[in-house]
Design a protein around this ligand. Sequence first.
Ligand code: C2E
Ligand code: CA
Ligand code: CA
Length: 337
Amino acid sequence: IILKTNLTPQELKKYIKLISKEINKTVNLENQKFNIQSSIGISIYPNDSINLNQLLRNSEIAMNYVKNNGKNNFKFYKHEIKENLMKQFGIEIGLRKAISDDQWEIHYQPKYNTSNDVYGCEALVRWNHPEEGIINPDNFIPIAEKSNQIQDISKYVLTEVCKKTKEWVDDGNNEFISSINMSAKELSEDSIVEYINNGLNISGLNPKNLEIELTERIMMHNKEKTITNLEKIKEIGVHLSIDDFGTGYSSFNYLRKLPIDTIKIDRSFVSGIDKNSDKLKITKSIIEIGEKLNMNIVAEGVETENEFNLLEKNKCEKFQGYYFSKPLTSDEFEKIL
Ligand code: C2E
Ligand code: CA
Ligand code: CA
């Protein structure tokens, strides 16, 4: 729709709301009801461009932003949206090269028990970019998930971690457990069980030495398929752990449904637990539930001695965080094993 009148953004908003109200009506087609929604992008002459084609393209960019961020809304074009899009696109292209050239580095963060022994680790991937150096996963994993490149990264991580862990187990750490992170989308795909089996077979690692960390978001994708896959993974003998516990929705509900061995208390509850009584209450109840359901509890993001002392006092038995150690390269990790 091209409006040739001179309206302020405020006045425009009123029009847009009228338009979406008109579109968002239920339609009856052959005895079936359809709910229609609208995603609207707006660009304004002359601020957003003086060129008609560019103006239309910019409104499309704003519309796609709405489609990718919850839909059924409207958005005014902003230059930052385009810049972000270009940046994401750049990362997506860069990831192709990263995957073909294995530009990955895996860091291992030790996990400790109450006697201050390392009983396992969490493998955390980094992108070793030829020009930009080390890039942290938060900057590329979400993009890799959207562009379906995540499987290729995971395959690498899985194989590498299985191989390294096998070395550590063979060095006499029989009960050592390495965890790897897997995203919701991957765990809903058919091929995942085969991938994991492959990683184990190639390395000769015993499944009991491997753990998959998953987040509460897994319940947002193809639930039935995910639950079946998790049951199969569990059947092989691989451990399952629920990450960032307490940050998603209906956390307690699916604890019952999923074959989980371990709960990781999210850093947001652990950080400053000695200064905030609500955090302490929540953490205590998570520990209690874990005990009742016969699950292990790991506190993640432990940064201070006070946090550690309080967690230990409340019967938390496993810890991970900067207070103990930052994620290490495999060479550094071997020194503390
Ligand atoms: P996560 O699974 O919650 O991993 C823990 C993150 O917290 C890591 O960040 C770790 O370096 C950081 N951390 C550990 N201890 C502390 C602490 O005491 N204080 C603070 N402030 N931070 C701490 P990192 O390595 O940047 O990873 C970020 C996220 O990226 C991970 O969050 C995980 O969701 C994802 N990720 C990492 N590696 C992989 C992977 O191989 N595959 C997938 N799908 N996701 C991955
Ligand atoms: Ca994790
Ligand atoms: Ca976590």
